[in-house]
Design a protein around this ligand. Structure first.
Ligand SMILES: Cc1cc2nc3c(=O)[nH]c(=O)nc-3n(C[C@H](O)[C@H](O)[C@H](O)COP(=O)(O)OP(=O)(O)OC[C@H]3O[C@@H](n4cnc5c(N)ncnc54)[C@H](O)[C@@H]3O)c2cc1C
Length: 484
């Protein structure tokens, strides 16, 4: 868009990214009367993408605080996924089955640990439950509660510029066909085809760029955040613009379809044993190294007798580069063989369709960088939230949950800015965003530590402390103290 000779401020708040965090923040603000907002996403159209995820007590408490109706809708959708059969359709065998659990077994099929997948059991322990929901369903539940004109697709943010004299930020968007890679939101091949390594707005003709001006900009554009790259550029934080490789990769398949009956039965009998989800690891390797250096396979058992799987294994990026589907399968089998996984598991992986195999290295924005180089989550009127601030591998299932906590905190603080009409007061804005970071960063350090060591899973004592620190907190109270 050509530069306007008399620019006006279009929005109070603009949010880049219509993932769970951007949308939850928008809902929270909208519900509290801040209606002059916009959410802009690069996706060409909202469509079914992304993996399934678990919302745990802390994330559910945060969304309940932010927007009660969103919480109710998410809970209903998630619980339907957990219990797909209606009560009156349940077979006798299903009725007699004990509550569903996620079981971890060693390579001999012996149970190492397990936890319940039931909403009520978590609710009883931590004051809120646990639901499984797909990324797309979560996005849809949140998006459809906002007026249609508030959430716009096909807007890929390419640049953000502070305009102090106008007391605003200008953000530039392009509506072409390309999208930035976003491994957490999108698991299809599209991102591979559209890989774009760095942001350079000068590469786009001016005519293709649309700009908006906003009093505040919330960057919820995921782990490969463009806004993060732009605001850290030419600052001491520039080396933290992009996420770093965690050292662990996922190789998986959504479904292995043609499993011979005998093989399927053997895997059922030894490992699945009626569970829907089972993790298998070599306990001996786990005891002699950190849990993240231990290859593991998560099996998802489908009602039809098919099986999906996800292997998490430490691998260098060089080893993965340019591998075909067939080569990935071979690589996965080799990793399983090296870790002494039984033949039947290797055979299952060998049956995967090379076209359907996915590989995804996990990245992280580490938060434990010591001062003075610690990258701040805000610069003036721009603030990072969710994966854009602290993205991490999903081993403790906390990425979206922590992002929902960010959304609750940002909603609270921005609502206060609105109430006190401090939109023009950069000091008040800086103070609010520093408060957000001051509250969230220490918890994120603990969560990332737990994610990278998986200590809460392997040590019972640490696991209990972690559960108290993360799941059992009273989010409503935390929000109240934020304002006192
Ligand atoms: C296999 C796997 C399992 C997981 N399991 C769990 C789990 O059990 N529990 C849990 O809490 N978390 C889990 N996560 C993590 C969770 O998915 C993320 O933490 C969460 O999606 C982050 O939300 P977000 O809104 O910050 O970012 P995202 O979900 O990544 O959304 C970002 C949005 O921004 C858009 N965007 C990106 N760049 C631009 C741009 N330049 N301009 C405009 N829009 C842009 C994207 O299209 C996207 O819609 C898992 C992740 C993976 C990969």
């Amino acid at each position: 868009m050509p530069e306007n000779s008399n620019p006006k401020i279009d929005y109070d708040v603009a949010i880049v990214g219509a993932g769970p965090v951007g949308l939850a923040t928008a809902l929270g603000l909208y519900q509290r009367g801040i209606e002059n907002i916009i959410v802009l996403d690069q996706t060409r159209a909202f469509r079914k993408v992304g993996q399934g995820l678990d919302l745990l007590p802390n994330g559910l408490k945060a969304i309940k605080y932010t927007h009660t109706q969103a919480y109710e809708n998410i809970k209903e959708t998630g619980n339907k996924l957990n219990n797909p059969t209606q009560p009156n359709q349940e077979t006798k065998a299903q009725k007699n089955q004990s509550a569903p659990r996620w079981v971890t077994r060693n390579v001999n099929g012996e149970e190492i640990r397990s936890f319940s997948l039931e909403y009520d059991e978590w609710f009883h322990k931590y004051g809120e439950g646990r639901v499984s929901i797909s990324w797309y369903d979560l996005q849809t539940q949140l998006r459809t509660l906002l007026p249609e004109e508030v959430v716009k697709a096909n807007h890929r943010c390419i640049n953000v510029v502070a305009e102090p004299e106008l007391k605003c930020v200008r953000a530039d968007f392009i509506s072409n066909q390309e999208v930035e890679t976003n491994p957490y939101a999108h698991w299809d091949d599209q991102q591979e085809k559209n890989k774009s390594s760095s942001v350079n707005s000068s590469q786009f003709p001016e005519s293709e760029i649309t700009s908006i001006r906003t009093k505040l900009l919330i960057a919820a554009d995921g782990i490969n955040s463009t806004v993060r790259q732009v605001i850290y550029k030419e600052t001491p934080y520039s080396e933290y613009s992009k996420p770093e490789y965690s050292g662990v990769v996922a190789i998986g398949s959504g479904g292995v379809y043609e499993i011979p009956e005998a093989l399927s039965q053997k895997i059922q009998d030894l490992f699945i044993q009626g569970s829907r989800i089972v993790t298998i690891l070599n306990q001996q390797i786990a005891e002699n190294s950190t849990e993240n250096q231990t290859p593991r396979i998560i099996l998802f058992s489908r009602q039809s007798g098919q099986c999906g799987y996800l292997i998490h294994t430490p691998l260098t990026l060089e080893l993965l580069a340019g591998k075909s589907g067939k080569e990935l399968i071979d690589l996965a089998i080799l990793e399983l063989k090296k870790a002494n996984f039984p033949e039947m598991i290797q055979q299952l992986v060998a049956l995967s369709s090379p076209e359907k195999i996915i590989q995804r290295p996990y990245y992280i924005h580490p938060v434990n960088i010591p001062a003075p180089n610690q990258p701040k989550w805000n610069m003036g009127r721009v603030v990072l939230a969710g994966d854009a601030a602290h993205g991490m591998p999903p081993f403790m299932g906390q990425g979206a949950n922590q992002g929902l906590e960010d959304a609750a905190v940002i909603t609270t603080l921005v609502t206060e800015i609105d109430k006190q009409n401090k939109w023009d007061d950069l000091v008040a804005i800086e103070t609010a965003f520093s408060k957000y970071e001051g509250l969230r960063r220490p918890l994120m350090e603990r969560i990332q530590y737990a994610t990278l060591t998986r200590l809460p899973l392997s040590s019972e004592q640490y696991g209990q402390e972690y559960a108290q620190q993360v799941y059992a907190r009273n989010i409503d109270q935390i929000m109240q103290t934020l304002l006192s």
